[in-house]
Every structure is written in C-alpha cells, then in structure tokens.
Write a protein that binds this ligand. Sequence first.
Ligand SMILES: [Zn+2]
Ligand SMILES: [Zn+2]
Length: 410
Amino acid sequence: MKHSAIVVHDVSLCKMCQKRLGLKLKERSKDSETSCFICNGKLLSLKSLSNEIVTKLKDYEFETFLIGASVPHEILDNEDELRARFKIKGKDGIKSQITKMLSQEVRLATKKVVNYAKPDLTVLASLSENSISISLKSIWMSGRYVKLVRGLPQRSGDCPICTGLGCAQCNYRGRSADSVQSRISDYLTTVFSAEDCSFIWLGSEDEKSLVKGKGRLFFVEIIKPRKRFALNDKLVIKKNRQKRSRTFYRSREIQIKDLKMLDRRMADIPQFEIVARVILKKNSLANPLDQSEIQSLEDHFRNCLISVRLSRKFRTVEKGIRSIKVTSLEDGERMELEIHCDGGIPIKKLVTGQDGTVQPNLANFFSSRYEIDKAMPFDILDVEVKEGKEHSRKNRFSENSEAFESEFEE
Ligand SMILES: [Zn+2]
Ligand SMILES: [Zn+2]
C-alpha cells in the first residue's frame, strides 16, 4: 500500500521503521539508518543477531521453536509517540517485526518449524542487554526399574555433609550418592545432555528390597534436555515390538526398562497392583504354623478389603488384597508369603500389625511366633498397572512429589 504512505519531515527513520509504519521521509537524510528516531539503528543489527542465534542453536536438538524479543523501553515509547503523532493504526509494532524477522531467518537457516503452543525450545533475544537466552521444554517419560541388589535405596536423600547445598562429597549434587534415583538420573541426564531429572514413583520399597519382574513404574521429567532425540531410534524399535519389554540400561544393581515418551506430565496416579514376597523366621521356641492355620490365613485374606491409614495424608483409604499364599519352608522354620494386593499397602505393617496402620493385618496369625527377616524384609516380585483405570483416581501429583502411597513405611 505504497500510495497510502504518510509523508513526514523533521524525523529521521530507518528504512525498516518507515516500511513497518507506512511512513515516507520527505528528504532522506544520509545517516537516517543509524540515527533512526525509533530504533536508533537497532534493526540494522538483526541479521547478526539471527546469525548468533543460529550458531547457538547448533548445540541443541529440536524440531520446533519460538522466538521472543525484549526491546528497550525508550524504543517502544518513541514508536508510540510517532504513532500518536501521525495517527497510525493497525500496523505491526517494532517488537513483532523483530520476532518475525528473527523467526524467519532462523527458520530458513535451521529448517525447523515455529510453534507457539509447545515449542521444543524458546529463544529470548534481548535487544536491551544484547543477549540471547534459550529455554528448553522438559521431556516427560515413563519407565520401569528392576533392582537386583539389596541395600540400594529408591530415592536419594539430602547429602548428609552439606544437607542439600552441594559439596565435594556429593559431587555438588546436594544428594546422597547412590540410589535407584541417582542411577536413573545419571543415565537420563547423560543420554539427553540434560540438567537434572525429577521423579514421580509409583510406590516404593525398602532399601533392602529387590524389585523383580517387569519392574516398578516411574515417571520422570527430564529438565533442560539438549539432545532431545537421543533415544528416538531405540524408542521407535520399542514401538514396533509392542508387547515385548525392552531394557535400555543394565548394571549389576539396576535395569531401566520400557522407557516411553509422554505428551505431557502425568496428572493422575495410575492404579496399580503388586506381588510382594515376605520371608518370616520362626522364633526358636515357638511352634511352627500348621496347615490348618495356614489355610485359615489364606481364606481370611482372599479377595478382602483392608483399611490403610496414610501417614502423610492423615486419612484412611480402602485397599484390596487378592490373595496371600503361604508356603512353609524347612518344616516351618521359615514361612514364605506371596502377597498379591493393591499398590500402596505398607507391607511390613500388613504383616506385623505395627502401630495399627493396616486393619485387619496378619499379626494374630503369627503373634510372637514368627518375625520378618530383617536382612530381606520384602521383595517386589511384580508391579502391574490396572488397565483402563489409569486416570480414575483424583489424587493429583505435585512436582517432584514424594510417592503418595508406599509399600515401605517405617
Ligand atoms: Zn528504525
Ligand atoms: Zn554434599
């Protein structure tokens, strides 16, 4: 709409500012490019700024991006003043011209796509401070872990030396050195060149427990991932072999299995069931449990409901037990319990009846005749997510939450 350009005099404007606002200078002064009343020549430096952005983005894997700009106040004020003076309406502001131009340049140089809703990364170009900052969208994944050794806690506590501040002892993480959490976190932060990981666990176990079978499910936020597509090849193969479990990482202590990308962070806790094994040792003078007592225990807990007082939530929830299978070992010197039940039942308290958290419990059946083997309090043989009911419960996760319900409680 060149014919509608307003001809102005006594202001100095660069070509880009003229074009954007539909203004035409009466006499273009020689140095109008660098003494532009609005941008003072800032728009001239956009090309070098976009080059700088493109160079920086070489360090990141992404498919989609968004560019934002912050512009000095005096530039915006000057533009407003000129708009008011010449009654200009319905034209792009300088900020949107800047982001459009930068986006265009970056798009052409990187062949990536602009996305306003959920970009993989966001570039903030500050013209006030001549700086570029890049923020990266987190990756959310689900996965499972198998634990093969006793003595490795699920979660990392605060480092006992620095209590979370970070010191040489904890390698400046602020957390105790070794746990399932630190192992998975190390693996994922390395693979994705990420800054950190934040976990949501589906239940938890004693540090002396093993986790077998398909493993325990967890959700993880991978924070600031630079190599977003690092696992894509492996994840695609996984998709093709729908049902087969796949191991992504294995060491002597743990395995990480069945990693999957999620569209967003989990909002609800999936319901799950576990199979746990407990070994009880007979006190030396006690009579062993006989077959009719075993039968009566098994009958009592077949498809029954129990109540569990949640220590963190100060309320009581109802949980189901499918079955408890009791096997007498070594003529009753030891008893093996195989407990198939809802997730989130504190297993030790179910067996011992300690502090009445779980009602009914197994205390009456064993009274003082048997006690839990302290070296191996209980093992998780399997964890099964209840199909179709994944989002049926209303409990919301909070960020980096403690496991809301746990098979482990002191
Ligand atoms: Zn200008
Ligand atoms: Zn420390």
